[in-house]
Structures are given as structure tokens and as C-alpha cells.
Design a protein around this ligand. Structure first.
Ligand SMILES: NC(=O)c1ccc[n+]([C@@H]2O[C@H](COP(=O)([O-])OP(=O)(O)OC[C@H]3O[C@@H](n4cnc5c(N)ncnc54)[C@H](OP(=O)(O)O)[C@@H]3O)[C@@H](O)[C@H]2O)c1
Length: 269
């Protein structure tokens, strides 16, 4: 019997997707088989996650649908290690959902000609069902498989359908963004410590302040500039802080960070 989903590479991101789907009952452990490189890691993951994790590509490639979740730099090795086990049981209907940064649909479709390929860019917040996922469908994808892929990611947060030309930009903002926000929160907390607050309190305050600001933007549908103007009183404390950010090119640094991530995504493909 074939598994419903084969997960090729069960690292940070694959776990961020599969674990909440398992814990919420959207996937059953017996529907999933995963593989990694390291046998010891396979055993530990298998025990902790209650599903079949091995180092053998075979059962994963034989699954009805494939979640491709190794690093882009590892794809070539995976393809070379592939044996004559393809195609899947239901030829022509099997999906490949690739979360590999930068790897274009054309390359995926050439590597898996007997499957229908979809490129997905999820972010790490899928782990707590607050994710943001971009999906770009290959030309051959059937309506049923479009629905299947959307239903896979929908329990993990927001799903956006994106043209493939926008996928590297989507990745740069939505998938690399959480790390940029983490650095910002960490730096704000450091500022609080520099200003005299205890570390634990500064960390908690930085998170609560960022979460509250986002909630305000969303609930009142405020433009970020309107929120900034609401907080900046003439000759006050906040405009002094904003002036310092402008002197240090904070906006340009963030814009350039997103563009750098987009550039790197293109290089990886
Ligand atoms: N992290 C993010 O926020 C994020 C967001 C969007 C997309 N992505 C994409 O998600 C993918 C995975 O990223 P990650 O951060 O989850 O990486 P990761 O933690 O390093 O996971 C990679 C997994 O692939 C396995 N693997 C590597 N080579 C293999 C092979 N030849 N055969 C079988 N398994 C193999 C690794 O096994 P071992 O552990 O045994 O080496 C590991 O389980 C990347 O393509 C990345 O572009 C990541």
C-alpha cells in the first residue's frame, strides 16, 4: 500500500507543516512517510512524531503525493539517488509540492515529469497555524490537485495564490520576514536593556508592543504612516526616535534586506 504523502526531507520547515496537521487531525500518522539523511535523526523523529521516518527514498517517492522539503542545494543529490521507483501508483495524478527556495516550476516539472508540480512558499509561523503560504501552480495541475494543495496549507494560516514570477519576492517578504522581525524584536529588547530595564522584562515588552501594534494596524485598518503620525507628538520622544532611525537608514536597510533575499532565492533556483 502506498502512503498518501511522502515527505522528502523532514527538517525545520517540513516539521512546521506536518506537525500541526497531525496534531489537528488533518493528517493521520499512517498517511505519511518521511525521509532524512541521518539514520539516528530518522529514529528520533520517528519516535517523537509517531510516524514512519527513515533514510530510504523509495517509500517516499512511491507515495501518492510528494512534499519536497530538502534544501535547494540538496535537490540534485536527491534526484541522482532516485531509483526506478517512480512513477506513483496513480500515474498522472500525483502531486509534487516543493517548498524549495528559488527552484522554478520548470525545473521541478522536468525532474518529475509524471507528476503535477506546485511551488509553495510557506513561512515558519505555520508551526503555530499563523503562517502565510504562497502557492504557484504548474500548468498541468488539475482542479482537484489545486484544491488538495490549498487544503493542505489552509489549516496552517493564510494562503495566497501567486504567479510564479512573484514567488521569489513572496519568499523574500513572507518567508524570510520572520527572521527580520525576530532581529528587530531582539534589538528593541536590547535597547530596553541599554535604557535600564531587566532582560526578561525587556524581552516580554518588546514582543507585547510589536504584537499590539500589529493588532492595531489590522483592527483599525490603519496605514503604517497613520500609526506613526498618531504616536509622534511635536518635539516629543517618538519623533526623536524616528529621526534616529532615519539618520541610520533603517527603511533602506529593510528594503535592501528583502531585495537581498529575493536575489538569493533566484540564485538558489
Ligand atoms: N526555514 C524556513 O523558514 C523556510 C521557509 C520557506 C521555505 N523553506 C525551504 O524549506 C526547505 C527546507 O528548509 P529547512 O530549514 O527545513 O532545512 P533543514 O532543516 O536543513 O531540512 C532539510 C531536510 O532535508 C533532509 N535531506 C537532505 N538531503 C537529503 C537526502 N539526500 N535524502 C533525504 N533527505 C535529505 C535533511 O536530513 P538530515 O537532517 O538527516 O540531514 C533534513 O531533514 C528549503 O528548501 C528551504 O528553502 C524554508
Amino acid at each position: 500500500m502506498n502512503f498518501e504523502w511522502g515527505v522528502l526531507g523532514y527538517g525545520q520547515m517540513a516539521q512546521a507543516l506536518v506537525c500541526p496537521l497531525l496534531s489537528e487531525g488533518f493528517l493521520l500518522p499512517e498517511q505519511v512517510v518521511a525521509c532524512v539523511r541521518n539514520p539516528q535523526r530518522a529514529q528520533t523523529l520517528s519516535q517523537h512524531h509517531g510516524l514512519r521516518v527513515g533514510t530510504d527514498l523509495g517509500p517516499v517517492l512511491m507515495a501518492n503525493h510528494l512534499l519536497l522539503a530538502c534544501k535547494p542545494q540538496q535537490l540534485q543529490t536527491v534526484l541522482e539517488a532516485r531509483t526506478a521507483l517512480e512513477p506513483p501508483a496513480k500515474e498522472g495524478e500525483g502531486l509534487v509540492i516543493s517548498i524549495l527556495a528559488g527552484v522554478p516550476l520548470g525545473r521541478l516539472q522536468a525532474a518529475f515529469p509524471q507528476r503535477q508540480c506546485i511551488r509553495a512558499v510557506p513561512n515558519i509561523a505555520c508551526r503555530v497555524k499563523a503562517g502565510l503560504t504562497g502557492l504557484a501552480m504548474g500548468a498541468l495541475v488539475s482542479p482537484e490537485n489545486r484544491q488538495r494543495a490549498t487544503a493542505f496549507f489552509a489549516p496552517l494560516g493564510q494562503v495566497e495564490h501567486v504567479g510564479e514570477a512573484q514567488m521569489d519576492a513572496f519568499l523574500a517578504l513572507a518567508a524570510s520576514g520572520p527572521a527580520m522581525v525576530a532581529v528587530m524584536v531582539e534589538s528593541l529588547a536590547d535597547g530596553g536593556v541599554a535604557a535600564g530595564l531587566p532582560r526578561a522584562q525587556a524581552n516580554a515588552m518588546a514582543q507585547a508592543m510589536v504584537a499590539g501594534s500589529i493588532t492595531l494596524l489590522q483592527k483599525e485598518q490603519l496605514a503604517p504612516s497613520a500609526l506613526k503620525e498618531a504616536v509622534c507628538s511635536p518635539a516629543g520622544t517618538t519623533i526623536a526616535a524616528i529621526a534616529e532611525l532615519e539618520r541610520r537608514s533603517f527603511r533602506a536597510a529593510l528594503m535592501d534586506a528583502v531585495l537581498a533575499a529575493q536575489h538569493r532565492s533566484r540564485e538558489l533556483g
